[in-house]
Write a protein that binds this ligand. Sequence first.
Ligand SMILES: C[S@@+](CC[C@H](N)C(=O)[O-])C[C@H]1O[C@@H](n2cnc3c(N)ncnc32)[C@H](O)[C@@H]1O
Length: 198
Amino acid sequence: MREFILRARKGPTSPDFSLDDLPAAGHFEVVAHCVSNALFFANHIRDDTTIHTVLDGPSDPPKTVSFDSRNLGSLKGFDERNIAETIRSTLEEGVGLDTNASKSSLLGVTVAKRGFERLLQERQPEQLYYLERKGTDIRDTDLHEEPTFVFTDFLSMPRKTDKYLRRLGATPISLGPRLLFASHCIVLVHNELDRRSA
Ligand SMILES: C[S@@+](CC[C@H](N)C(=O)[O-])C[C@H]1O[C@@H](n2cnc3c(N)ncnc32)[C@H](O)[C@@H]1O
């Protein structure tokens, strides 16, 4: 499995945001693009990918909404509005969850009352990579067969999380010299893994 963990520091944690103005909802369009790029390629759903979106924004942080491509029901579409709507309805089902409790929707999407560090403790990734422009070039890295990649949406990782990731032994890897959109990073990682497994 390929696993992506996206930290969205302003991503809404309750369903009361407008689909008509995703930028006002902590730039939720970035989260939607990441989910789409993680799960889909032309005319196909990937069969080997999980993306966890860790949401830290208002009004009930933290929440983690996870998509596993193997269990996915039929989403209405993979455009940003439909993906945002899927997350919003999943958040609706997760209103009132106790800490660390989780609930799966009919669409195969799970919401958990769980934050970034707790998710990592629970997942215990075999090999953790931290996407970082100044890391080791991905082309010079032997990627693990079951890799987990952590990254942020449009804001930086909190300093204390940087330290936590270092303590966990996460490997910083770079996808090139430019600072990219988070959703670009997913495409490049998939492409690198696709080429290696072809
Ligand atoms: C738009 S960037 C975040 C920008 C934020 N202001 C910062 O400085 O971290 C989103 C995420 O994409 C990843 N990223 C962007 N460019 C990258 C690159 N060239 N190599 C590896 N990761 C990259 C980083 O994980 C970053 O957190």
